[in-house]
Design a protein around this ligand. Sequence first.
Ligand code: HEC
Length: 109
Amino acid sequence: MKAFWVGIAAAALLLAGQASAAEVEAGKLAFETSICKGCHALETAGFGPSMLLIGRKYATVEGAKEIMTKKVNRGSRGQWGPDNAMPSQKGNISNENLSAILDYVLSLK
Ligand code: HEC
């Protein structure tokens, strides 16, 4: 019976979109070699906000990953100060790598 509930809990986590440790690790590697790193550092502000602060901002936001995916693909402005803008990154990164990077960013706290 216990195994049953553990299974349900694991399934619920999957449905909630929680990334596994392996997925987060893959995202870290993808970030290290991505174009994102040109503007986003892990913990310090660069041209863009740090990934740590972005992760914190979205930590409690419902549907965070979908929202972030749209922003990266369409571009974003004005969220981190009036003069800040990220141009659309569509075509600069594969969907798989973007998904992995966002799992990683959301794991930062
Ligand atoms: C040319 C520089 C640049 C590049 C390249 C870049 N970003 Fe950004 N990014 C920014 C800036 C500047 C902001 C802040 C925009 C704002 O204030 O709305 C930002 C904001 C964001 C946000 C948060 C938006 C919000 O709602 O707070 C996310 C998520 C993000 N970037 C992810 C990425 C990812 C993933 C990549 C790589 C595919 C990437 N960025 C590449 C400059 C960049």
